[in-house]
Design a protein around this ligand. Structure first.
Ligand code: AMP
Ligand code: ZN
Length: 120
């Protein structure tokens, strides 16, 4: 738990969120400013600030977060048409919340590609 971290507060039920999944290690909730019809955040309970802060012991956790993404994609009916998974790491990527999270986005065609430099 990091004192000023909004995602730690959501994890500890000190702040509200629309939670769509939780287990011992992982929680997922709706993004408060959705960038797509389905926009979920998949978050480890452990406070890891950025992707760059992962260590070897987190390898299984990161794998499991991707399996949760796939389960949620099926639950929210994104699996047929596809979905985008995004991790912003640090300032230039536009990371705003410094508690590691995966964005799951879908429900509309996302025509802008990373190669076009416009992100999602
Ligand atoms: P990032 O730029 O990858 O750090 O994205 C942080 C995301 O968290 C943004 O898409 C925000 O809309 C979202 N967000 C921030 N605060 C909350 C909150 N209290 N509940 C749900 N989503 C949030
Ligand atoms: Zn945190």
């Amino acid at each position: 738990m990091a004192a000023d971290c909004i995602f730690c507060k959501i994890i500890n039920k000190e702040a509200d969120a629309e939670i769509v999944y939780e287990d011992k290690e992982i929680i997922a909730f709706k993004d408060i400013y959705p960038a797509a019809p389905v926009h979920l955040l998949v978050v480890p309970r452990k406070h890891i600030p950025t992707l760059a802060d992962l260590d070897n012991d987190d390898a299984m956790l990161m794998g499991r977060m991707h399996l949760v993404i796939n389960d949620l994609a099926r639950a929210f009916k994104l699996d047929k048409n596809g979905y985008r998974v995004v991790i912003n790491c640090g300032k230039d990527a536009g990371q705003v919340v410094y508690h590691l999270h995966l964005h799951l986005l879908g429900g509309k065609p996302m025509l802008q590609t990373i190669a076009e430099g416009r992100g999602v």
